[in-house]
Write a protein that binds this ligand. Structure first.
Ligand code: OAD
Length: 235
């Protein structure tokens, strides 16, 4: 009997919605230097460049991008599964929420949130952020940063994620290259703790050999069937 499922998603699940992945020939990191746009040091050096980078991502997300069949399948799993489903995403888009998933951890932060460097208040943002943007709580100017976990920073809610991985019966990793830790180690953690581990990805990844089962294909095409299987196992 399966009573707890933990899912990890990466950029691959949003690829069919038209959001660029990070690695690979036409990935985001081909056109941008990670250390310039995704580190606290890069932000301290050139906040305008970093704000511009995330402003572009935010505008794109709000320009008519829709959740796809992969996101919808995971929302259906949470809705219909009898036990617990925790969705941990590395993605900063809001497509899981838009598809209907509720129990979500955005371990790398959220594009539609900003955080004040002075008072630590989190706030929703739908417009561009700039070096003149004001905090809605403490009124500081130029102290808002995108609420994104950058390289060298601690992902959000790690204790809760580790507890869930330790109790999982099934761990499902979808559309992630398995190159960025700590997320890249979740499969092994869950497996050592006794979970059955499944990877769904277009291609083999750095972590494929540590999964019990690998399903190859586009997330939007393979997830509806995989979710049916998980629902049967749980019933
Ligand atoms: P990557 O760009 O590293 O990997 C995307 C993965 O998705 C690859 O393994 C592809 O094979 C797979 N993929 C592409 N299209 C797919 C599809 N339609 N269906 C299924 N799989 C598909 O993205 P992430 O692994 O998410 O962090 O990257 C992890 C972190 O690195 C990101 O959260 C980001 C980045 O730097 C930060 O910015 C902090």
């Amino acid at each position: 009997m399966t009573s707890s499922i933990v899912i990890l998603t990466g950029a691959g699940i949003s690829a069919e919605s038209g959001i660029q992945t990070f690695r690979g020939a036409d990935g985001l990191w081909e056109g941008h230097r990670v250390e310039d746009v995704a580190t606290p040091e890069g932000f301290a050096r050139d906040p305008e460049l970093v704000q511009r980078f995330y402003n572009e991502r935010r505008r794109h997300l709000l320009s008519g991008i829709e959740a796809n069949a992969g996101h919808l399948a995971l929302a259906r799993l949470e809705e219909e599964f009898q036990g617990e489903v925790l969705l941990v995403t590395q993605n900063i888009d809001n497509l899981h929420e838009r598809a209907g998933s509720k129990n979500i951890i955005h371990m790398h932060g959220e594009l539609l949130k900003a955080r004040c460097l002075d008072c630590d208040e989190e706030m929703l943002v739908e417009n561009d952020l700039g070096i003149e943007s004001e905090c809605l709580r403490c009124d500081s100017q130029g102290r808002l940063r995108p609420d994104i976990v950058w390289f060298g920073e601690m992902p959000y809610q790690m204790p809760r994620i580790e507890t869930a991985l330790g109790n999982a019966d099934v761990f499902l990793s979808i559309g992630t290259s398995g190159l960025v830790y700590p997320a890249a180690g979740f499969g092994q953690l869950a497996r050592y703790a006794g979970a059955r581990t499944i990877e769904a990805n277009l291609e083999e990844t750095a972590g494929s050999s540590s999964f019990d089962r690998c399903v190859r294909g586009k997330a939007g095409e393979v997830l509806p069937g995989l979710v049916d299987e998980l629902l049967e196992m749980g019933s």
